[in-house]
Design a protein around this ligand. Structure first.
Ligand code: ZN
Length: 119
């Protein structure tokens, strides 16, 4: 299981990532607004700018999902439940947390989860 020190280190990583994603999302939102404004003014580039704003919206949605996961992980650190698998209540390996600090499941549950979602 992760030690207090390891959790503190991961908390810093999570907080940095949270700040980074929040600024990315703010940027994307500005870009989307700008692209949409251009679309209205300029019919010529319509197709191209539409797909640009669509891509940005997809990216923004993914980032918001990631932000949500990071916030949940930070909440779990506060509650003392961080690093515990959501499915089997086992401790998630520190190596896995270092690779993905907001992991919700241990490696074996993650595999089951992915298998279930394929169906
Ligand atoms: Zn598990």
């Amino acid at each position: 299981m992760a030690s207090r020190k390891q959790i503190d280190e991961l908390k810093i990583i999570l907080e940095e990532k949270q700040a980074q994603i929040e600024s990315n999302i703010a940027d994307s939102k500005n870009n989307i607004a700008q692209l949409k404004e251009n679309e209205c003014k300029d019919d010529f580039d319509f197709a191209e700018s539409s797909s640009d704003s669509f891509t940005l919206e997809v990216i923004t949605k993914q980032q918001m999902k990631e932000l949500e996961e990071i916030k949940n992980a930070l909440k779990a650190i506060t509650n003392g439940t961080y690093g515990i698998c959501d499915m089997c209540d086992e401790h998630i390996a520190i190596g896995r947390l270092k690779a993905k600090p907001f992991a919700k499941y241990c490696t074996s549950c993650r595999e089951i989860y992915e298998e279930e979602n394929k169906k």
